[in-house]
Ligand binder design. Structure first.
Ligand SMILES: *Cc1c(COP(=O)(O)O)cnc(C)c1O
Ligand SMILES: [Zn+2]
Length: 425
């Protein structure tokens, strides 16, 4: 008998399923599932098989148990790891890196999960794909569904960021806008998907995690495991995925040290961070999550059990930041490094800054902040103040005069990193 190279397992009761299992949760106990690689028979004992391949999710194809030859890919992953030589001072650290996921095909890390999960959808021969989304999942799924020529439905709360909705429309998804929260959108998705024969691609779907774990593989190759990885947390999928990636490499013997995982949530949407801070065992969901960072505006994080494991196993921690702190971090990243990230992504920096301030991070710690999505996802002209704005007639002399004044007073050392509430253009 040939031994399986991978299977699906319930995180609670341990029940196992074959890889063609179509369900999203355990049919015995209803808990989350995860894909388990049989690392013994994979027999990968050096980096050499990966080294000569181009960067990206599929560089690690042996560790992703779907049909590589049928992959639905837009060359996702392989994102830059950027050392921040000005932002680090603002944060108070010697060594700070940003893993910039905004360079993914649809502008967020969600593409890593979608390339794998939509490939699985094709394998399973589903009629279509569906998701609930605060925006980025919808944008990403719509792109990969177009690529796979699968019908796609996205269910989105009405306050989603405009750039993300625009993408879903552009890639040809059916849009359902609901007057309600993400959590309500997800409930509706499960109520309608079965009857339609559509496959649910929310992060409860373990195949999404199988793609997102490559963020951990990449970081392991780029910087190793002796660091702290700060991740904005909404549905708790990504932080669990990154940890899974690191752990698999350690179990294969390809990595000696493991990082500590730091999960950052926004004040008005922090049920997971509260659970960790209170050393609890059960999540207390909230009904009206509020934060400017729409990608992490989630009150009932589906993957909280996996994330809790990631924090505890890694000796990690959580932090809670205010919207003000998030926006200041977003501005600082843009103005000090020229990197545009969306508000949720900036939470990773804001959380680290806070940890340094309260003395829970040492200035010599090496920290990687995962900046999950691109700034153009959520352009907010109301919140950002230009460092200078001249409103005049197109008169050469007048403009020259004004610019002279400004340029003479401009100091690149003291750039404003506060934001103003209202700004008229
Ligand atoms: C989805 C998303 C998150 C949160 O990730 P989870 O896996 O839901 O915890 C953070 N930032 C951005 C930009 C996202 O799109
Ligand atoms: Zn179970």
């Amino acid at each position: 008998m040939i031994e399986d190279s991978a299977w699906i397992r319930c995180i609670n009761c341990g029940e196992t399923y074959s890889l063609d299992y179509r369900g999203y949760v355990c049919s015995k106990c209803g808990d989350l599932l995860e894909v388990i690689l049989n690392l013994d028979i994979l027999n990968i004992n050096s980096w050499s098989i990966f080294k000569d391949r181009s960067r990206g999710v599929w560089r690690y194809r042996e560790l992703i148990p779907v049909d590589y030859n049928r992959r639905v890919s837009l060359n996702e992953g392989g994102t830059p790891l950027i050392e921040c030589k000005r932002l680090n001072e603002w944060v108070g650290l010697e060594k700070l890196y940003i893993k910039f996921e905004g360079t993914n095909p649809s502008g967020s890390f969600k593409d890593r999960g979608m390339t794998v999960a939509v490939t699985k959808a094709v394998e399973l021969k589903v009629k279509g794909v569906i998701c609930a989304s605060t925006g980025n999942t919808a944008a990403s799924l719509a792109a990969y569904a177009a690529r796979a020529s699968l019908p796609c439905i996205t269910v989105i709360p009405e306050d989603a960021a405009v750039g993300k909705i625009f993408q879903a429309i552009a890639y040809g998804a059916i849009l359902v806008k609901i007057k309600g929260s993400f959590d309500q959108a997800l409930k509706i998705v499960f109520q309608v998907s079965e009857e339609l024969g559509f496959y649910v691609l929310n992060s409860v779907n373990a195949w999404r995690i199988e793609g997102q774990k490559t963020l951990g593989y990449e970081l392991a190759e780029e910087i190793g495991g002796e660091c702290i990885i700060s991740v904005p947390v909404g549905n708790c999928g990504n932080i669990a995925a990154i940890w899974k990636g690191f752990k698999e490499l350690a179990e294969l013997g390809l990595l000696r040290n493991l990082p500590r995982m730091l999960g950052v949530q926004a004040e008005g949407a922090a049920p997971f961070a509260k659970l960790v801070k209170e050393h609890g065992e059960q999540l207390n969901p909230i009904d009206n999550p509020r934060t400017i960072a729409s990608a992490i505006r989630i009150g009932r994080p589906v993957n909280w059990k996996k994330a809790l494991k990631a924090i505890r196993e890694s000796g990690g921690d959580v932090e809670i930041v205010s919207d003000q702190e998030i926006l200041e971090a977003q501005t600082a990243i843009a103005r000090l490094e020229g990197l545009g990230v969306e508000p949720a992504s900036a939470a990773s920096i804001a959380g680290v800054k806070k940890k340094v301030e309260i003395g829970e991070l040492d200035k010599n710690d090496t920290v990687v902040c995962v900046c999950t999505g691109h700034i153009l996802k959520d352009p907010n002209l109301q919140l950002f103040k230009p460092i200078a704005l001249i409103e005049v007639e197109p008169d050469r002399e007048k403009i020259k005069h004004e610019l002279h004044e400004i340029v003479n007073h401009l100091s690149m050392k003291n750039i404003h990193i506060t934001y103003v509430k209202k700004q008229s253009w």
